[in-house]
Design a protein around this ligand. Sequence first.
Ligand code: ADP
Length: 430
Amino acid sequence: MTSLVTRAVILAAIAAAIAIPVGILSRPWHGWAVFCVGLVLQQLIHFRHFARLDRWTRNPVVDASLEGEGAWDDIFGRLYRHEKDLRQNIAQRDHQIAMLIAAGQALTDGVVLLDTQNSIMFCNTTAETQLGLKIGTDRGQSIVNLVRQPEFVSYLEAGDFARPLTLRPERYKDRVYAIHVIPYAGNRRLMQIKDITQADRLDQTRRDFVANVSHELRTPLTVLSGFLETMQEIDLDDEERRRYLSMMADQSRRMQSIVQDLLTLSSIESAPPPDNDIVDMVNLIDKLRRDAEALSGGRHTIAVETDGRGDLRGSEPELVSALANLVTNAVRYTPAGGKITLFWKTSPQGAEFAVQDTGPGIDPKHIPRLTERFYRVDRGRSRDSGGTGLGLAIVKHSLNRHQAQLEIKSEVGVGSRFAAKFPAHRVANT
Ligand code: ADP
């Protein structure tokens, strides 16, 4: 593999080797002429290769079109291999970048890469939706010009990213984001946007729940301690003392009921899936009817209508407590003289247990909220009848654990119908 220079020297030497004898044997200028023709030919060959190289460098295609003779062939071969390696490296890099982008897109969190000036270099589609960005047009734009919420702008400008920013975006008022900014590669920033709406709601529910429990327990406690103070400070006659003690007993019973219902709720929540006991519905409905009669004390008409022979499959204590709750509510809320009917019906699609009353009925606006903890339509009436506001929450939870739905239909002044609808696989012995 001789170099281009060596080859040029060899060719010049060959031309000289031919030209010198010609010059000696003929005339000297004949020799010079032969030598010059040799050099010109050599130059023409070079020009042809230069032209080919010039063409190829304008559009370097990696194929066999770049071929040459002699030393040019080596040069072209090296160029060709270099171009090929370069293209392979670029293709590999492109693939790696595409994979990185795909990984960024696959993240469920929003991701935005910012340069040192807070200009957007990249963002995934989640971040586009969350912040209302469009990477096609927003690349290179400063993010604070696009997300102008003051708390976001000042968070980014303050540069203290030890704690994430909690942002309620203006475009989606019902959503909550936790924005983490992670500095990297000098002063560049990676922004991770987590949608924490669900966690925030749960947190809010937990806070409301604690506030509700405290409130529910504080009222009877305040009453109790008031009575205790009075009894300590004032000499009461026997009659008054009995009355006070009876009222104190009522308050402590109320607290006991609340605590009992809270314990029931929390045990259902943390319990494993319900057992598959067979709950004998003929017996259960008979028992519910007798309990209703006992609670009613003859103030209501209690009727039973069944056209199903099937039994229920599930946790017996949970199902008994849920269905009994519906019956107890009907008795508690239906004024004297009203009628309460217990229904039990099975079909190939499943089974339905329902309690219908001729009570006061419920305004439709309250119905979706009845199963919330401590939600009552009429707080005073619920309390007077010994309610805790947790009954329907327990019912809904127990039914859900049995894949059953609670359906509430009610009309003010006419009455209410609470139905527990069970799927076919929860019905046995049909
Ligand atoms: P409570 O202990 O207050 O009865 P529940 O969770 O059992 O709590 O019921 C929630 C609310 O639903 C009650 O406070 C009451 O306002 C309403 N409610 C439940 N059952 C009936 C019914 N049969 N008739 C009218 N209102 C009812």
